[in-house]
Structures are given as C-alpha cells and as structure tokens.
Ligand binder design. Structure first.
Ligand SMILES: Nc1ncnc2c1ncn2[C@@H]1O[C@H](COP(=O)(O)OP(=O)(O)OP(=O)(O)O)[C@@H](O)[C@H]1O
Length: 336
C-alpha cells in the first residue's frame, strides 16, 4: 500500500505537485494518469525518496522510503529503462544490483527468467531494443521480490507486442497480491491495463476511482436514433425529461440524438409503446482521449520546443487558453 498525504513539491515558482493525497492498494494495477508535465514522475520520485517533498508525506506500507531497511525487497521501480551502462550485460547489471543490495545471487536468474531475457542475458545492454531494455528495467525492479512496484510510462515507444507483454505482466504481478502503480498519459492504454485510476493535472488530483467508473464518466454516451416519425419520438422523449437534439444525416435525412443517462433499451421501449418505427438505435461513445483531454483540459502543459504553441489537438482544439509560464521537462533534473 502507498499512501500520499497532502504531497506538495515546488521547484522555484513551479508547483509540480500540489497538495496531492491518494492511496494505492495491493492486488490491482493502479494507473497514474495525467497529461505531460502533470507531476507523475515527480510524485514517483518522492515515493522513492529521490525528491524531498516541500510539504506533505508519502508512506510505503506505513514507512517512509528512507526508513526502509532493505528498500529493494519492499519497493521496486522502473523509472528510466535506458539508465543501464550500455557496455554491461543484463546479467552483469543485475548481479551488480543484487550484490550492492545484499540480495541472493540466484535472484538474478529468477528475474531474467520472469521477464524472458535468459537467452540474451550475456549480451551488452546497449544493443537491446527498447522493449528488451524495458524488460531489463522490470527485472531490476523485481530483483528483491518487492510487494510494491512503480513503473513510469513503461509502454512509451513500444510496439504493440511489447505493450501487450508489459500490460499482461503488470496484471500478473498485481494478481500475485502486489501493489502496482503505473503512470501514463494515455487513458486508452490505462483503460486496458488498470483497474483503478488516480488522475492528476497540474499536480492536483482530478479523480481517484475505478477505471470503469472514470471511463464511463469521461466518455459520456449519446444514443443515435433514425426514425421516419422523428417529431413524434422527440416529443415522447422530451416528456420523459430526456435531452434530445436533431442533426442533419445523410441524403436530407434527420437524426435524433438523446444525451445523458439513458439506455438504448429505454429509448426502444418508449418508441415501441407509441408505435414509433425505428430504423436505427445505437449507443455512441465519444473518443476516450478527447474526453480525457476535456477533463484535464485546463491542466494540460506542453513542451516549449515548438515556440510555446499548444500541441495540435490538445489545448488548441479544446479552446483551452495558452498556458503562461511554460516549462520544458527535458534536460537534466536538479533536486532542490
Ligand atoms: N527538477 C526539476 N526542476 C524544475 N522543474 C521540474 C523538475 N522536475 C519537474 N519539474 C516540473 O514539474 C512539473 C511536473 O513534471 P513531471 O516530470 O513530474 O510531470 P509528468 O507528469 O511526469 O510529465 P512527463 O510525462 O512529461 O514527464 C513540470 O512543470 C516540470 O517542468
């Protein structure tokens, strides 16, 4: 279990994490979701004692990271898969980690096997593909057989096969009763991976709920109806206090949309009760990413390389005013 209490981190004038409280429970994958610059990596670094909170507190099974006697046996993390020395083999890298953390030698073979790197374990890590590097990073996180695992954007840049492998692997770790926190800026990816979500924007908590609930809320639902008796059906639905709108369809036809908390079953039954003929009755969901951007819209931060223009399709498309005081997140980080 990870518990954050009013966690805040400031870098000069930038508030990277703002009064953030959440719980990450064991036995499920929890997605840590937010647009770029939302404060996910900073929060993870504070959990791992790599950054000191300006105020607030974060505990791992009730303890601060610095008070853990053998940290790798309690919490493992993959923050950046490419930090391994390129001339070292996976086996050498993991053996060094095991020795310096007083972990048993056989833990190396065990984790290499778990992540499927046994056959290439003696090759230099610099020659690994991104997918293999991610596996090596995961092997390092698992070396002490910890109950708690953190993965920072583990699927970034991976091909579909690599994404599925990591997703399945994380779910397996959670099914073993471990606490798994994984960050991402893609709701569509988290919808497939995580059972629970902690959603942040500009360092602040936007939501903590089950993924199903969040997706339901985020994507909203609209029912599309095509009928030759449009006016009649619209009147019936409006009598039921349902919100309707009529839009032009193909070839001079009109389409009726019903918004809000209503199912196709209900609309179909209301139509049948009035003898209204239906040509189409379908539920339509908005794009998940679009809905997510709307929820986090005023908290979107973007990189400054493009001359501080909002990324296409993000802030701009949503009519979000440009954010002042844009910071880049590239380059070396300094803790203060
Ligand atoms: N060491 C640092 N010094 C100054 N500002 C920082 C530092 N680390 C992070 N920040 C700023 O804190 C904010 C949160 O950054 P963070 O990297 O935690 O976000 P993120 O959600 O992980 O985003 P990304 O996915 O783009 O890495 C950003 O405004 C970033 O520029």
């Amino acid at each position: 279990m990870i518990e954050a209490q009013s966690l805040t981190k400031r870098y000069g004038a930038t508030v990277a994490v703002d009064n953030l409280s959440f719980e990450v429970k064991p036995g499920k994958v929890t997605g840590f979701l937010g647009p770029n610059g939302a404060g996910k990596s900073t929060t993870m670094r504070m959990i791992l004692g790599l950054d000191t909170p300006t105020s607030g507190d974060v505990r791992i099974d009730g303890k601060r990271y610095r008070d853990l006697r053998q940290p790798l046996t309690e919490i493992g993390a993959l923050l950046d898969a490419k930090w391994v020395h390129p001339n070292r083999s996976a086996r050498a890298h993991l053996s060094w980690m095991a020795a310096s953390n007083r972990l048993p030698k056989n833990s190396v073979d065990k984790v290499l096997d778990m992540v499927g790197l046994t056959e290439v374990a003696n090759k230099r890590a610099g020659a690994y593909s991104l997918g293999m590097s991610q596996r090596l990073g995961i092997a390092g996180a698992l070396l002490g057989d910890p109950r708690i695992l953190l993965f920072d954007e583990p699927v970034n840049g991976l091909d579909p096969e690599g994404i599925v492998w990591i997703r399945t692997f994380m779910q397996r770790l959670a099914s073993e009763g471990r606490t798994v926190l994984v960050s991402s800026h893609l709701l569509s990816e988290m919808a497939l991976t995580a059972e629970e979500l902690i959603v942040i924007g500009r360092g602040r908590l936007i939501a903590q709920s089950s993924t199903a609930e969040f997706v339901e809320r985020a994507s909203g639902s609209t029912i599309k109806v095509r009928t030759p008796q449009l006016d009649q059906l619209q009147a019936v639905l409006q009598q039921q206090q349902l919100t309707t709108r009529v839009e032009a369809g193909d070839q001079d036809t009109k389409v009726l949309y019903v918004d809000g908390d209503v199912t196709t079953d209900q609309v179909g039954e209301l139509a049948a009760a009035q003898g209204v003929v239906l040509h189409e009755l379908t539920q339509q969901r908005g794009s998940l990413e679009q809905a997510f951007m709307e929820l986090t819209g005023d908290s979107v931060q973007y990189h400054a390389q493009d001359g501080a223009q909002p990324a296409p399709g993000v802030a701009g498309a949503l009519g979000v005013p440009p954010v002042s005081g844009v910071e880049t997140v590239s380059g070396p980080r300094e803790d203060n």
